[in-house]
Design a binder for this molecule. Structure first.
Ligand code: SIN
Length: 282
């Protein structure tokens, strides 16, 4: 297999061609892809005609299938959920805030695989923000503030019954299957600066989307710091803007990135299938 790897030219991300993911890969091919994923943090593989079984198999090359605590799934495939918005839908864009998938879990997912099925002619890009670069390029005063800092994560803002995707949202005609629950109020502590157990790099981990407060800090001071961090973490110089194509598979590393959905496709359907990739340890 000779891969063509084209870096995005932005903060992170690469396009990879010269591989047919409908076929089983051998151990060395899997290792090569995994290394490219770890290096570029998000890889895009165009022109892959993947059935749901293929999507699950390819995601498995990167880790065990992970849990999706607040999503429904597509018929017959309990590990695949649909990120979808119908052409006439008026609901807010799902996940239009920089976040790390399910960072409130004890062992958050290593990665996410997202496969483009119906892609609008414009809009619907996914933004990624490189958190290794954001950590390396921190002003001294902010670096001092995150030293030894523990963040308290929770899904409440999004998935509690009174959250952004809670009961009111469910009643407003969202096509995507989201399952709000009281469980979203549970909290989990993680260091704000995370060492990646596969690459050894340090990164800022997660964002105000799931960080509810910081240990030993008042709620007011926590929220102010979370917003100061968010402004730093999401600067354009750390970003890669991903443009989707039909039949494109994108796999990103949640341990090194934030990501954010965008709108701009009202009047067009958008459908992607997603598999969450579990990690083996923090
Ligand atoms: C997500 O955060 O999983 C969705 C990203 C997107 O819809 O672009």
């Amino acid at each position: 297999m000779t891969l063509t790897v084209t870096p995005s030219g932005q903060a992170c991300g690469a396009r990879i061609e010269g591989i047919d993911l409908t076929q089983d890969l051998n151990a060395s091919q899997i290792e090569e892809l995994r290394q490219l994923w770890l290096e570029h943090k998000v890889i895009a593989l165009p022109n892959q005609s993947l059935a749901p079984e293929d999507l699950e198999r390819v995601a498995n090359y990167f880790g065990e299938v992970g849990e999706d605590p607040f999503f429904g799934h597509i018929d017959g495939y309990p590990n695949i959920c649909a990120i979808q918005r119908d052409a006439d839908e008026k609901t807010p864009i799902f996940a239009e805030i920089f976040h790390t998938d399910w960072s409130f879990m004890q062992i958050p997912p290593a990665g996410t695989a997202l496969f483009g099925i119906t892609i609008p002619p414009h809009g619907g890009d996914t933004l990624f923000a490189d958190q290794v670069k954001a950590y390396e390029d921190m002003p001294d005063a902010l670096r001092e503030k995150v030293k030894g800092l523990t963040a308290i994560h929770s899904a409440a803002l999004g998935y509690a019954p009174d959250g952004a995707y809670g009961d009111n949202d469910q009643a407003s005609g969202r096509s995507m299957q989201i399952k709000p629950s009281e469980k979203a109020r549970e909290t989990c502590p993680h260091p704000m600066v995370r060492t990646h157990h596969e690459t050894g790099t340090k990164a800022l981990f997660s964002s105000a989307a799931y960080i509810q407060s910081f240990q030993d800090m008042s709620l007011e001071a926590s929220q102010a710091l979370a917003m100061e961090l968010y402004a730093h973490q999401t600067q354009e110089k750390f970003q890669y803007r991903h443009k989707w194509e039909k039949d494109m598979l994108v796999i990103w590393d949640n341990r090194s990135l934030l990501h954010c959905a965008t709108g701009g496709f009202d009047g067009y359907d958008r459908l992607l299938h997603r598999v969450t990739i579990a990690d083996t340890k923090w």
